[in-house]
Ligand binder design. Sequence first.
Ligand SMILES: Cc1cc2nc3c(=O)[nH]c(=O)nc-3n(C[C@H](O)[C@H](O)[C@H](O)COP(=O)(O)OP(=O)(O)OC[C@H]3O[C@@H](n4cnc5c(N)ncnc54)[C@H](O)[C@@H]3O)c2cc1C
Length: 384
Amino acid sequence: MKNWKKTAEVAIIGGGIMGVSAAYYLARRGVSDVIVLEKELLAQASTGLSVGGIRQQFSNPANIRLSQESIRVYERFEEEFGVDIKFRQVGYIFLARKEDTWNDFLSSVETQRQHDVPVEVLSPEDIKQRWSYLNIDDLKGGTFGPKDGYADPYLAAMGFATSARKFGVRIEEKTEVTGINIEGGRVQGIETAKGSISVPVVVNVAGPWGGEVARMAGSDLPVKPYRRQVFMTKSFDAIPKPVPLVIDQDVTFYFRSEEPGIIMGMSDPDEPSSFNLNVDRDFLEKVIEVAIHRAPVLEKAEILRGWGGLYTITPDDNPIIGEVPGVKGLFSAIGFSGHGFQQAPAVGLILSQLILDGQTNFDLKPFSYGRFDKKDQEGEKRVV
Ligand SMILES: Cc1cc2nc3c(=O)[nH]c(=O)nc-3n(C[C@H](O)[C@H](O)[C@H](O)COP(=O)(O)OP(=O)(O)OC[C@H]3O[C@@H](n4cnc5c(N)ncnc54)[C@H](O)[C@@H]3O)c2cc1C
């Protein structure tokens, strides 16, 4: 192919938020020859289909740290990248119906406070007083993170991509990676639909396809794609603003405002692993039932549209980050189990540190490849 450069210092497989964030941090550190390969268009897979939630309320300290580092970047994103990502710190409220869930919340709050997370513990009556549209009849209580909120993932990815390009990163869309060449336990290069590239460092940030890309290198990642459906209402102003991101944890239902309407979703415990993105009307009926139970005023809302996106899930709902054991030069950051948008700035930075310095200050033990064999690693409980 004409103009196809056959060498690079680092090749990044996947042009979602992880890929462009990693490219940006590498290029900012002076790596001049980084290429991002995207089989479709930038940020149109999980990143573009995400709900954009950003929070510090996690149960695992390692996730809290990833979010804190990322929030620092998102708070000053416009200054650094020149893009307003519409970061609205309107808060996240987690609601517990069951006693066990409530006890888990209280134990998470202890961990969160040890890590300086601003979080309030609320009784059902406190909740009613502040958000009178919520039904509290079956609640044990809730926790509120006032600095949590949401932003626009597509705009954030475009901000990283534009700045990365300014530092010289090449971004090749419509370019599928079809193979990874390894010799003597070391990455030598990749095969793409446009030609091969000789490259000593390859980063697998292929999101839901991360398992398939890993297999190109003969490696097995315990990650699977699962559909998650999201629904948006027509213009709806019966809920007073600002509307926090409300999570009804025991049924994994959530909603928040998405001007001029409301956006909502829920996990389906019967959903099989697949790449299916279709919207299922029967499932929508279940979501509406739960929505009306939690916020009865939503009965008046009309659904405008829905879409399906893919979560990439690991057995403990924590990602796998690091160099692939036994394959020098191959790094991955896969399996964000619904948290990848908010963790992308920190993960991009970590990948750049691992690649350039061979180490990072972040505790990556909970995200290691080997953890699934050990009994003492605790995953993430705050998952929807
Ligand atoms: C409905 C929904 C709601 C969500 N809500 C939130 C939320 O509120 N907060 C949050 O933090 N996260 C949320 N997430 C999760 C978040 O969207 C993901 O964790 C994040 O976008 C992952 O980014 P990524 O770059 O790893 O993957 P992706 O955005 O999926 O990007 C991977 C890219 O790799 C490309 N690719 C794959 N294989 C190849 C190949 N062989 N060659 C070239 N390119 C390839 C794909 O085309 C894709 O563009 C949500 C996800 C969904 C689906």
